[in-house]
Design a protein around this ligand. Structure first.
Ligand SMILES: Cc1ncc(C[n+]2csc(CCOP(=O)(O)OP(=O)(O)O)c2C)c(N)n1
Ligand code: SF4
Length: 343
């Protein structure tokens, strides 16, 4: 059961989380695979549907709450973290999930996203990264590659893409992870781990938009190349990858390098051992910057930490203030201190 959520519900199944709404995503969209995994893991948390809320902004990904048989808000562009904050602070016992896209969460909603993360509310944020604006038909997004030609960048974009995990780490997020729409087993395990975390959990999910950015991640997520071009991070284990499990990442100062075990004297003992609980998120940041083709692309939990949660601190302050000053009154507050009459 997600932390802070203590409302036990009846035993549910995946089918209980499906709605009667017609799904409006394009056939083949990666959003379907993510929806299926979320619906699959939800019953494991033992929470009644009426105590779960999915909040989204605007975008294809943000249609998600319609398809979850829970409470939901399809809200305002970029403002899902804000609405989720209000819900969690006023009803801390609820399980609150945010679904956002790379446009919704990192363009118009960038400001809202970073502040929700640094507050460490116990909310779970799923950022569907398809490196494009899908709903508005194919404009570049903050995660589009430098030089990418789109409808709104006919000569190629002139700006560097944002690294969503870097944003989460810089915003003091206490659980930072990445997964992929088509790696369903990995995705469901990461969603479960996010749900167990006590605090804000951020998962970047690579998601294929087969209409406006098809194959954006194929170079490394395609089944036949994945083992050699991606690496699954596991806490306390050396960072090893490859079909033969014979390649790994070694750190030379602050520079990660790919080595082949058994070549040039490289052994497993030389490899970086992943520590998702490292006091400083510097290692997680280094890993988050590893991109194909120079490196295998890492997935898994990059970083997690325990810190006070916003809703708990606010609740405690409220209890203490009420004990000291009595129950509050908006009228008294408005009339207190220096007041002026405008005539
Ligand atoms: C205030 C406002 N500005 C712009 C838009 C247009 N708009 C709708 S969705 C969107 C971007 C969605 O991109 P993303 O979050 O990546 O979602 P996707 O559709 O790719 O899942 C934009 C710019 C809007 N609806 N409201
Ligand atoms: S436009 Fe792209 S992201 Fe939107 S539903 Fe279609 S395939 Fe999915």
């Amino acid at each position: 059961m997600p932390s802070g959520v203590d409302i036990q519900g009846p035993k549910l199944t995946k089918a209980d989380f499906a709605t009667d709404q017609t799904v409006r995503w394009c056939p083949g969209c990666g959003d379907y695979a993510i929806l299926a995994q979320v619906q699959k893991v939800m019953p494991n948390f033992g929470i009644a549907r009426e105590n779960i809320v999915f909040v989204s902004g605007i975008g294809c990904s943000s249609r998600f709450p319609y398809y979850m048989n829970t409470y939901g808000f399809h809200s305002i562009h970029g403002r899902a973290p804000t609405i989720a904050t209000g819900i969690k602070v006023s009803r801390p016992e609820l399980s609150v999930w945010v679904v956002t896209g790379d446009g919704d969460g990192l363009s118009i909603g960038g400001n809202h996203l970073i502040h929700a993360m640094r507050r460490n509310l116990d909310i779970k944020i799923l950022l569907f990264n398809n490196r494009i604006y899908g709903l508005t038909k194919g404009q570049f997004s903050p995660t589009s590659e430098f030089g990418k030609k789109t409808k709104s960048s006919p000569f190629g974009t002139a700006e560097q893409p944002i690294n969503p995990l870097g944003v989460a780490l810089a915003s003091e997020c206490t659980f930072v992870a990445r997964s992929v729409d088509i790696d369903t087993q990995h995705l469901s395990s990461i969603i479960e781990r996010a749900a167990q975390h006590k605090g804000t959990a951020f998962i970047e999910i690579y998601q294929n938009c087969n209409i406006f950015n098809d194959g954006a991640f194929d170079d490394f997520v395609a089944r036949e190349v994945r083992a050699d071009r991606m690496v699954q991070l596991e806490h306390g284990k050396p960072v090893v990858f490859g079909k033969e499990r014979n390649k790994g990442i070694r750190l030379r100062g602050f520079h990660p390098e790919v080595v082949t075990l058994g070549e040039n004297g490289a052994t497993e003992a030389d490899l970086l051992v992943h520590d998702e609980t490292a006091q400083e998120p510097a290692l997680a940041y280094l890993l988050s910057r590893m991109t194909y083709p120079d490196y295998p692309v890492p997935v898994g939990v990059f970083y997690r930490a325990n810190r006070p949660r916003f809703e708990e601190v606010v609740e405690q302050q409220s209890i203490q203030a009420t004990a000291r000053f009595g129950a509050g009154s908006i009228e008294r507050l408005l009339e207190s201190g220096a007041t002026w009459k405008v005539t």
